[in-house]
Design a protein around this ligand. Sequence first.
Ligand code: PGA
Length: 249
Amino acid sequence: MAAPKPLIAGNWKMYGRQANLAELALLWEKTAGAAKAVDILVCPPAAYVAAAAIQARGTGLLIGAQDCSASGEDAARTGEISAAMLADCGARYLIVGHSERRAQHGETDDLVRRKAEAALGQGLIPIVCVGETLAQRQAGETAAIVAGQVRASVPDSGEIVVAYEPVWAIGGTSTPSLAEIAEVHALVRATLAGRGRISPPRILYGGSVGPANAGEILAVQAVDGALVGRASLKADDFAAIVRAHPSVT
Ligand code: PGA
């Protein structure tokens, strides 16, 4: 089976202003040549999704969002944003279950799965995040935690992306070794094998990916791309990560 097209996704988290959308034009200037080989996605805060989609028109950049309501229907839910609205604003992908939401908002695997299903229901591709904490890794629980999260938070069908993001690697400087990344990606793939999906899911690595380490991480065979936080805010850095993918010549 042909390898899936790699995906390099940027998660702006709660950073950026309208002025930062100009980075998208710069990003495209530096990555247009890579877009045949790699899907390039930027997920700004919800408030800027529509403007980002307009800014990205006519380029090959994809726009996504970072969270949505679990409700697939319009509803009396003050402050929530539905997958339908984000799709209407031009989002194509939706990050769900990021560890910051799991930790700061108490999101459970069940809620994450329902959000992913709401995204699928609107034709969006969910990026379902999983990953262990440092204490869990030190206790030798990585495989059990990650497999459990995958089983319970990934929907049973539809095109999905899984992002393996060790919680302890996010926002810092350390990452797992390349062998450890390969091992967890193989575990995620094995956990999903045989479930009713049409296409095999792309599995991204996330957590302290930057221009300096992107090349070696993206070259790991089981890695189908990256989910990038801090380094996605600057067009130069994000473009360097995109261009570091081994399929970009
Ligand atoms: P980081 O964040 O690249 O800043 O470590 C990654 C993420 O949280 O998706």
